[in-house]
Ligand binder design. Sequence first.
Ligand SMILES: [Zn+2]
Length: 419
Amino acid sequence: MRAGPSQEDIRRHNLGALLRHVHLGGPISRAELTSKMGLNRSTIMALTSDLTAAGLVREELPRETGRAGRPSLVVRPESARVYVFAFDVGPDRLAAARVGLGGVILDRRESVRERGPFKLDELTGTLAGFARQMRRKTRPDTVCVGAAAAVSGGVRKGDGVVRFGPNLKAEEVPFGEELGRRLGLGLPVSVGNDANLAALAEHSRGIGAAVRDLIYLHGDVGIGGGIIAGGHLLGGHDGYGGEVGHMVVNPGGRACGCGSNGCLEAEVGERALLESAGRTRQRQPAEQEPPGQPREPEPPGQRGRDAVRAVVEGADRGDIMAQDALTRIGDWLGLGVANLVNIFNPEMVIFGGTLREIYLGSAAQVRTQLALHAMAPQRERLRLRTSALGDAATLVGAAELAFAHVLSDPLEVLARVTG
Ligand SMILES: [Zn+2]
């Protein structure tokens, strides 16, 4: 016979669940917690006093309620006291943030990353430097309870090794371990794929909050994605699933950084858009795979998020080449989305990163392709939306990853980091 959960297991579960309500939903009265969690008033009172004693939440009298009788105390996250460090490593930028419990970005640093080889020492040194700067500005009673990073690439579950990241030129890089060592906080650094984490961020506190089945598509140099099915991120057997950018939409099409051809990323990504719009030099076929020789660098300002956004703005202003490029890219994007909609039947598809602007500039094409290729039952109630968190989505997602263990066992974590 299997033993049921112990009193201690139940208490740990309830503490985590209550803290999650406060962390994701913001200030909430004890009375609302009682009804949302299906627990009695004395249990809620005991749980909130444990979390208050641990310094994770505080209780306050609500502002005037207008009702007679004793008002229910409001439980708030200790956002200024309890925080995590969140990091983002993209092809063009390095970002770090100090994020308070409740998801509040308290402080933030960002720098440009030069495209080129993945320099582990330099990169982790910059990020750890950002963390030190932000930490120096904190009050003495603040406590860091976790750290996590979003990386544009495939990350091995458990040890934070970046297995592949064609757009970062990273392969088998022990990123999490090195960043943890550099930070010197005695905390492990969790690492996740940037688009997966942005999907979780939109799902937990963005446009997809309360949506259980959604697909988030992230545009940067390449195209990443995160699939939330039944409320859970689909990672696949090894955690590398959801690479929607490498779904083949055009066999024999443009060469992709992954080694294949005609991937969604190759047809819709930054290079395809900029070349189609005449904003960058078209590479000759012989140049496609330079045999070990560095390519001539492109002039600055002709690539990156700003360059992509400039094409969309150009199309708005009547630039014919930019309009044609957006039409072409919108067709491929719509075809990719139609495939995903047929397979996963999401309630919502969210366009984030540079795909936000690209989608807004090519929504007619995307909808036409959906009408042509998505099956009616999957399409009928589908909602197409743009990211609510914008460029912060990956950082917010990394912060949620860093808070995950605090939410699963609040008291143990706090005892460890303060003891
Ligand atoms: Zn590919």
